[in-house]
Design a protein around this ligand. Structure first.
Ligand code: GAL
Length: 721
């Protein structure tokens, strides 16, 4: 560990500043290990290291994976802060975030705890993406005297420590101690105000329709809640203001209830998928024709090459074609409401994944609590809720399916939660869906399950025998192998992936090869050289705007030259719907507009579209986000050109990509936290594109007028040639 010891006084002046009644702290004392005495005041921590609290310890030379560490901040808190506050209800200790669990003490007393530690009776559960804003009784603060804030942290896997700060200390504002929440019902939306401090006051509601500009009076109440009208098709921004009757202080929150833009699909058949599908000669074809429309539906195909089959009732293309070539096929789908024809190319050759993969992955919902039953339940919902009719077809089991030990012959085995992996694959294949699996080139995965190190060939052969169609290969435990050698060249990063590629491509089936190593050594520059079908470009995504903004907008901006049919940049899985990374699921924390932005950007980026939520609990809004055929057509466009940012105008960014039919897909994003009036015509002129302008979410042609755009919202357009 890098020790940075500084004289105490200097450390304190560097570490914090007091402004506008807020203390901002950027550094703290740090010690690896665990000792209950470290929570108390009066401990000599002058020999501890000094760490930046805005970044995890891992990035500051501290090697402490799966371990405890303590932070301590010694400081005088001036009573002027309390005097200047008219509420005097609580003192706020805002740490930012902690990777993964913490216990926070003020002067030796526990004042906050999020996540659990291995020594807790219930065992370890990390909560690295929960904000740590603790409300503390002002009586616990030693005003004008020395205080100590001590934070015990447990890191359940790299990275670890306090991050996302700086740490902020202040007297609580009305907003800190009131919670204004809303919940959509069928026809009304319930707005509630609550506080642990039993406040009395008035709640007022005012709305603005962002499509028409009309203002709406939502009424007011002295009660704890009020119902306002809710129409699923209208985008209304509401401002709820709570006025505390005692102090006259106000706290407000603006929100936009979920609104559905995607028009309902017609009852007649409609084709919603890519216009081509790639398969290697002799590999089994698994392609469920993505037609929406009322069932029963019958299917036929003209021009099927020898060896290819079509089940006329289920619409599943199967069989094997041994002769390479581009086969133009006319697909026909018919039901009680009509008959539709669609031309389609089956490309038999060496290239697979001609368009980005669409499907589901267990990680963002179930984390390490995944089971075969849970996988099957999401797969069944992909079929029942119609998502398979839009091309969602990969069902990917992430980490935590492996047994504790390999079989006697060294082959990999499943744990009790996966009683029959082959049965799962067979069942998925019978529905036209595909199975994905997860492993690591290291001895262990990120969740500490068995990895494939020294068993690469054996493992991929087992996957082939089970019928696996997708492998996510996650670096993780390989870091230990990597550390053993001084070779840190690009070749050293490539090596484990090249090794698996050789065995993987030798299998007699098409296995999508997904690299997960967080973008190290500019993986986008060599991913195609190991025949990877996609590569993660960043660390893990989480369901916050900060994460979406950083991964989606900042880190993908320069990557467009590296993406192409067969080889895609992967900015990580979708964060819409019910998520949780554990057995405890909750709604995504993204606003509806952030979700529109997420799906629009992933469409423009030609990103993997892997649903991260429990599909069995998916609501109509989330289905409407994922099943807009015109939006998805941008993602699945055969040109495969990833969008790039073309205009940056303050908080407005315009991203665009050319499409195979000569049109241009354009996303105009409002990255600010306020509503902006976006002048569509101006941007189109700057881009030099003209033609019919189509609003892809609303699926209608529009004029290039001004448009009110929600905070973190988007206007997604296609300009047709
Ligand atoms: C991470 C990976 C996640 C998930 C997790 C499983 O390294 O980025 O997507 O696969 O491991 O433990």
């Amino acid at each position: 560990m890098k020790q940075k010891t500084l004289p105490l006084l200097l450390a304190i002046t560097m570490a914090w500043s007091l402004s506008a009644q807020e203390i901002v702290i950027s550094e703290a004392r740090y010690m690896t290990g665990d000792n209950p005495a470290w929570k108390s005041a009066g401990i000599d921590d002058s020999g501890w290291a000094t760490l930046d609290v805005t970044r995890e310890w891992t990035y500051q030379g501290v090697d402490n994976e799966n371990g405890y560490g303590w932070y301590r901040i010694n400081l005088t808190i001036p009573s002027s802060m309390k005097k200047a506050d008219s509420l005097k209800k609580a003192f706020v200790i805002d740490l930012g975030f902690v990777d993964d669990s913490d216990e926070t003490f003020l002067n030796g007393k526990l004042v906050g705890k999020i996540g659990t530690m291995p020594c807790d009776p219930e065992g370890y559960e990390g909560k690295y993406n929960s904000p740590r804003r603790y409300l503390v009784s002002p009586s616990l603060v030693r005003w004008d005297k020395e205080n100590v804030i001590s934070v015990r942290v447990y890191n359940g896997g790299d990275p670890g420590g306090i991050f996302g700060g700086p740490i902020k200390l202040r007297m609580a504002s009305l907003a800190d101690i009131t919670d204004i929440s809303f919940k959509e019902g069928e026809n009304t939306c319930r707005i509630s105000v609550s506080s642990p401090y039993k406040l009395k006051g008035t709640l007022c509601l005012e709305g603005k329709d962002l499509e028409t500009g009309e203002t709406i009076d939502g009424g007011s109440t002295k009660a704890a809640g009020i119902d306002i009208p809710y129409e699923k098709g209208r985008q209304i921004q509401w401002t709820a203001t709570f006025t505390d009757s005692k102090t006259g202080l106000t706290a407000s929150r603006t929100f936009i209830p979920k609104y559905i833009l995607t028009p309902e699909a017609p009852k007649a058949p409609r084709y919603n998928g890519p216009l081509a599908f790639g398969v290697r000669p002799g590999s089994p074809i698994i392609f469920r024709l993505p037609f929406s429309g009322e069932r029963p539906m019958t299917f036929s195909a003209d021009g099927l090459p020898e060896g290819a089959t079509l089940d006329t009732r289920s619409g599943i293309l199967g069989g094997k074609v041994s002769k390479a070539g581009d086969y133009r096929i006319t697909l026909t789908a018919a039901n009680a409401h009509g008959t539709v024809r669609q031309t389609f190319t089956l490309k038999v050759g060496q290239k697979i994944a001609l368009t980005p993969p669409m499907g589901w992955n267990s990680w963002n919902c179930w984390g390490l609590a995944v089971s075969q039953e849970r996988v099957m339940s999401s797969a069944a919902a992909i079929l029942n809720k119609g998502l398979a009719d839009y091309g969602y077809s990969y069902i990917n089991v992430d980490d935590a399916w492996q047994a504790d030990e390999r079989n006697a012959d060294g082959s990999i085995a499943c744990n009790d939660r996966f009683p029959d992996m082959k049965g799962l694959a067979d069942w998925l294949h019978s529905k036209g869906l595909k199975l994905g699996i997860y492993s690591s080139p290291g001895d262990r995965t990120c969740g500490s399950y068995l990895g494939s190190l020294d068993h690469e060939k054996q493992d991929i052969e087992t996957y082939n025998a089970w019928g696996v169609d997708y492998l996510k290969y996650d670096w993780c435990g390989y870091s230990r192998e990597f550390a053993k050698s001084a070779d840190k060249s690009v070749a050293a990063y490539v090596r484990p992936y090249l090794k698996m590629e050789e065995y993987l491509r030798a299998q007699p089936r098409d296995i999508f090869y997904s690299l997960c190593q967080y973008g190290m050594a500019d993986v986008w520059k060599w991913g195609h050289a190991v025949d990877a079908n996609s590569w993660r470009t960043t660390g893990d995504i989480t369901d916050t705007w900060e994460s979406l903004y950083d991964i989606g907008f900042v880190r993908q901006a320069e990557l467009y030259p590296y993406s192409q049919p067969g080889h895609w940049n992967d900015p990580d899985m979708l964060i819409v719907g019910k998520l949780g990374w554990s057995a405890n699921l909750r709604d995504t924390r993204l606003t509806p507009d952030e979700q529109y932005t997420h799906i629009s950007l992933w469409a423009l980026l030609a990103a993997n579209l892997l649903i991260g939520c429990d599909v069995s609990q998916m609501d109509d809004f989330t289905v409407s986000l994922l099943c807009n055929n015109e939006v998805n057509a941008v993602n699945q466009d055969l040109l495969g050109q990833q969008a790039k940012p073309v205009i940056v105008d303050g908080d407005i960014q315009v991203w665009a990509r050319p499409l195979a039919d000569g049109g241009t897909a354009i996303g105009i994003f409002n990255l600010s936290s306020t509503v902006k009036n976006v002048n569509i015509g101006k941007y189109l002129r700057e881009l030099g594109v003209s033609g019919t302008v189509r609003d892809l979410w609303r699926q209608k042609d529009v004029s290039a007028d001004d448009r009110l755009t929600a905070p973190h919202g988007v206007v997604l357009l296609k300009v047709k040639k």
